[in-house]
Each structure stands twice: as C-alpha cells, then as structure tokens.
Write a protein that binds this ligand. Structure first.
Ligand SMILES: Cc1cc2nc3c(=O)[nH]c(=O)nc-3n(C[C@H](O)[C@H](O)[C@H](O)COP(=O)(O)OP(=O)(O)OC[C@H]3O[C@@H](n4cnc5c(N)ncnc54)[C@H](O)[C@@H]3O)c2cc1C
Length: 342
C-alpha cells in the first residue's frame, strides 16, 4: 500500500510516504524542503499542522510540542508516520530567516584550549561560500573520513570573516574525541549549514535573557554580541553555568563586554564547586527562578546540556513566558539519541 504526503507550501509539494518512515524522512528523501533540526522529537523545528490524514506518533518531548499545541492538530513531522494519504501545512515561523544552504570546504586556522575539555576552533571558508547565517544557528561539521558529522553552533558574529566553534570533548565521543586527538592546524573540515531556529530575533527590541551551559556559550555569545552590535544599550541578562572553577572560560571577554555595555548583567554560576568560592553556586534554572518575578517583554535564548535547557524551559513556562518567546538549542547527542529513542 503506498500513500502520498501533501505539503501546503507555496508552491504545494508532495512525496510518497516511505514504508515505516516518518513524514519528515519521506519528504527529505524525495527532495521536498521542510524545516527540521534534531530529527528526534526534541527541538520542534519540524512542527506543522496536520490538515488531514491518519497518523501514528512516536514519543517526543513536550517542549518540542506541548499538549495544547497537539490539541490544535500540530504534530512533529520527524515523529509522525502515516497510515493513509495525509496533508500537512508548515507553520509560519516568526521572523523566518532563510539563508542559502551551503556545503563548504573549510580549513582549520586556529585551535585554542578554552578549558580542560573545551576547544575553540577557527575555520576559514575556502570553497562553497559565501556563508550567511543568523546568530544562534549551527552547522554540521565533518572532521574526516569515517568520523560522523555532528552539529556545532557558530560562536562568531555573522559578519565576522572566520567561523568559530566551541567543541566539548565527550567521553568516548567519536567526533569530539577526534577533534581533541587527531585534528591539526591546516586540516580540512566540511561545514554544512546553517541550521536551527534558536536564532536572534532581530525585530525584538525588548530585554534578553541569555543562558549558556558550558559549550552552549557558543551560540549565546554570538547572539549577545550581535544584539549589542545593533543596539549597544540593550538590556541583556546573561547567565553562564558551569560545573566548577576550571570550567569557566571567556571571563575576561565577558567582563569587557559588560564594561562596554552597562545594561549587561553578567552571572557566572558553579553547579558543583569543589571548594570555597566567591562565585554564586547552584543551577542556572534556580538562579533565574529566584532573580525574576516577571519576564514580560523578554525573549529567552538557551543553549547547552539538555537537562539544563529542559529545566529552564519549565522555569520560564511557570513564570508565564510564552513558548514562542523561548528559543532553545539543547545539545542532544546524535549517538545517544540513536540509542534512547525507540
Ligand atoms: C543543535 C545542536 C548544537 C550543538 N552545538 C554544540 C556545540 O556548539 N558544542 C559542542 O560541544 N556540542 C554541540 N552539540 C553536540 C554535538 O553535536 C555532539 O553531539 C557532541 O559533540 C558529541 O558528539 P561525539 O561524536 O563526540 O560523541 P558521540 O560519538 O555522538 O557520543 C556521544 C555520547 O554518547 C555516548 N555513546 C556513544 N555510543 C553509545 C552507545 N552505543 N550507547 C550509549 N551511549 C553511547 C558516548 O560515550 C558519548 O558520551 C550540539 C548538538 C546539537 C543538537
């Protein structure tokens, strides 16, 4: 039995539903462009309206699709299989940004140890550019033959010439392990992108809550510096959560940023301080909970480990923030997803 998936885009498109595959996988396989990101029900980038059709939904995170959204017939294309012909309508994103999708040959021109387990990589685009992206987006990096492609967020401002990425070494991680043991200055790296919806909404002029956990500082510093370039007096509350003192990085750059922009409130937190500290201790989600009675008019940008991002999403929802004002990239690991998601 073969079914058809229709997409009410402009122009309308269609694709055959592949046996046992999701709507998103069938569309991408047929070359039909459709917004997507994590492909594992965690990010919400492929959220769309199910106009008609019988479907079977696989488990997904409620932060990607809330029960209220599901009651309005919204689904995640990456977690939905079809049982008959079906029609979906992509959502109109707020401030949609469309950058051309590129596959670029880049060269490693700089590598700096930011901490014991985070490296900053600087890449020069050699072929396949020009590359344009919005602050907060990410790309897929392929470091060498046999090394799986992985997502990393751009840490530089979009108008900078060199691309910067922060890579945290994961225990037994394939791509990050390769970066720490075998990647050398002058090596070629393939960069494909840009991807992702957790980008700076440039039309919003209200205050910003920006929260980074560890290497999540990459998209957050790009967002904050881009926001200040457009409006130096912007009110920005920046929280940087790390485990212990040795995990803090970029502090002088952040302090200098706060000196130049008096409306930047900087908070560095240690979640597991190993000794006495003058810094604030605890989780960034608890700090945000304690520090704000109202987040009216704010937009929040969150990036880092999934438990941190998920805790903050609940905190912000409890504080009354609408999901459309919370832009989050949880750094889900593709390898772990492959094992955790049925
Ligand atoms: C949108 C997005 C943006 C991101 N941005 C960044 C960024 O800016 N910086 C950054 O450092 N990371 C970022 N990440 C995470 C990054 O993409 C990788 O997931 C991360 O670097 C780990 O990749 P790896 O190949 O090194 O590890 P993998 O090989 O994918 O392994 C990851 C973990 O899974 C475990 N694992 C592997 N195989 C198994 C198995 N069989 N069973 C159980 N566990 C297993 C490994 O031990 C390891 O700890 C981002 C992720 C997303 C989704």
């Amino acid at each position: 039995m073969s079914f058809t998936i229709r997409v009410l885009s402009d122009p309308p498109r269609s694709a055959p539903a592949l046996d046992g595959e999701t709507i998103l996988a069938s569309l991408l396989e047929a070359g039909v462009p459709f917004p997507h990101n994590c492909q594992s029900g965690n990010c919400g980038a492929c959220k769309c309206e199910l106009v008609e059709g019988d479907v079977l939904e696989l488990p997904y995170s409620e932060y990607a699709l809330s029960p209220e959204e599901r009651s309005r017939n919204l689904i995640l294309a990456c977690r939905t299989q079809v049982w008959g012909d079906c029609t979906v309508r992509p959502l109109e994103a707020d401030e949609t940004v469309l950058h051309p999708s590129r596959v670029m040959r880049c060269r490693l021109v700089g590598a700096v140890d930011l901490t014991h387990d985070i490296k900053q990589l600087e890449l020069a685009v050699e072929a396949g550019g020009p590359y344009s992206f919005s602050a907060g987006q990410h790309a897929k990096l392929k470091f060498g033959p046999g090394i799986p492609e992985r997502s990393y967020s751009m840490a530089n401002r979009p108008d900078a010439g060199i691309l910067e990425f922060f890579v945290r070494q994961m225990p037994r991680g394939q791509a990050s392990g390769y970066v720490f043991t075998s990647l050398h200055l002058g090596d070629a790296v393939t960069v494909s992108g840009p991807l992702g919806n957790a980008y700076l909404r440039e039309g919003h002029r209200g205050p910003i809550l920006a929260v980074a956990g560890g290497s999540g500082m990459a998209p957050i510093i790009s967002i904050v510096e881009t926001a200040f370039a457009a409006e130096p007096n912007r009110h920005v509350h920046l929280y940087f959560g790390v485990r212990d003192e040795r995990d803090v990085f970029f502090e002088s750059r952040l302090v200098e940023l706060a000196r130049r922009h008096p409306n930047l409130a900087l908070n560095v937190l240690l979640s597991q301080p190993g000794g006495a500290t003058t810094r604030r201790a605890g989780l960034v989600s608890d700090a945000v909970e304690a520090d704000f009675s109202s987040l009216d008019g704010f937009k929040a940008y969150l990036a880092g480990p999934p438990p941190m991002v998920e805790a903050l999403q609940s905190t912000l929802t409890r504080k009354g923030m609408a999901l459309r004002d919370v832009h989050a990239d949880a750094f889900y690991s593709q390898a772990e997803d492959a094992f955790n998601v049925s």
